[in-house]
Design a protein around this ligand. Structure first.
Ligand code: PLP
Ligand code: CA
Length: 308
């Protein structure tokens, strides 16, 4: 059963016990565009105690550079690019390092600018994505649309993430690439979060868009790059020798059981679930022992507040 962080001793024990703190972002650090209570103070406290602090988000709509801007904007300063891992970056790295897609191949994107920017930074050409021919006001579906009739023969991978500019044309072109050439073009999903949390309600998440093109094409993604996939954690471990050698020195903090908590657990890290996002206390306490988070807390800021 998960231990509740509800006293000074327990909060202090967590600060003392771990050297690496991996934070999910939405629902832990911020909610939408608002920083959660005492988060900046908690991060300061951890850094003063020489802890390594890393941020791991499944939101593919932004690039790492975009995230640096967001941290500043909500009042968290001094974060560097190597401390931020997003599913857009993880997907781009997967395409380069695991698929080893040649740089003269193109990537079809069903998603937002974060994916395009990370791929372009690695030297790839993207198509689809934010192309105004697919998103401009007044685009209505045309079964003979130029992009539907002229599939690009150089597309060597398809990547699907969340887009709020979704339409039938984009879904249909994505499906065409997925069934093209005997379904041989690799199909990469940024993340499988079924829902997308906004300040007062849950909306459609990337996983639900992926399901749609998956069902239509009769294919499952060849890789899901965000949490809980371990390729992102392996990349983090590669940059942090101490965590690689002793995963038990790491604590994964998140708000979702099937992504964040599984991500930490599968990688040998202890886990802390905070109740400022997706899950409720009842859901946490109902988890079987083998998958229950190590700890849970009302909010991340309790680590600061309880130790003052
Ligand atoms: N995907 C999208 C598009 C989002 O906007 C969010 C949250 O804002 C997420 C995923 C979940 O992100 P995180 O892993 O930081 O909770
Ligand atoms: Ca989250």
């Amino acid at each position: 059963m998960s231990l509740k962080v509800d006293s000074r001793d327990k909060a202090q024990e967590i600060i003392d016990k771990y050297d690496y703190f991996l934070f999910d972002c939405d629902g832990v650090i911020w909610r939408g565009d608002h920083i959660l209570p005492k988060v900046a103070e908690t991060l300061d406290l951890l850094k003063k105690n020489n802890k390594t602090v890393l941020f791991v988000t499944n939101n593919s709509t932004k690039s790492r550079d975009d995230y640096l801007g967001k941290f500043e904007k909500i009042g968290i300063s001094g974060i560097t690019k190597d401390e931020v891992f997003g599913s857009s970056y993880a997907s781009a790295v997967y395409i380069e390092k695991i698929l080893q897609l040649p740089k003269d191949k193109k990537v079809w994107v069903l998603g937002e600018a974060g994916i395009e920017k990370e791929l372009q930074e690695l030297g790839y050409t993207t198509i689809g994505g934010t192309d105004p021919r697919l998103t401009a006001d007044g685009v209505t579906f045309d079964p003979d649309h130029e992009l539907l009739n002229n599939l690009d023969k150089d597309v060597g991978a398809v990547i699907v993430g969340l887009t709020m500019n979704l339409n039938y044309l984009k879904l249909s072109i994505t499906m065409q690439y997925l069934i093209k050439d005997n379904k041989s073009i690799p199909f990469i999903a940024t993340n499988i979060d079924s829902t997308f949390p906004t300040k007062d309600k849950l909306l459609i998440g990337a996983g639900s868009i992926i399901e749609s093109v998956s069902y239509a094409s009769g294919r499952k993604p060849d890789a899901v790059c965000g949490k809980p996939n371990q390729s992102m954690l392996n990349a983090i471990k590669a940059d942090n020798e101490g965590l690689k050698a002793s995963p038990g020195k790491g604590l994964m903090v998140g708000d979702r059981l099937n992504t964040d908590m599984k991500f930490g657990r599968d990688g040998g890290l202890d886990t802390l679930l905070v109740l400022t996002g997706i899950e409720t206390e009842d859901r946490v306490l109902a988890q079987e022992k083998s998958v229950a988070p190590t700890y849970y807390a009302d909010k991340l800021g309790d680590l600061f507040e309880m130790t003052q």
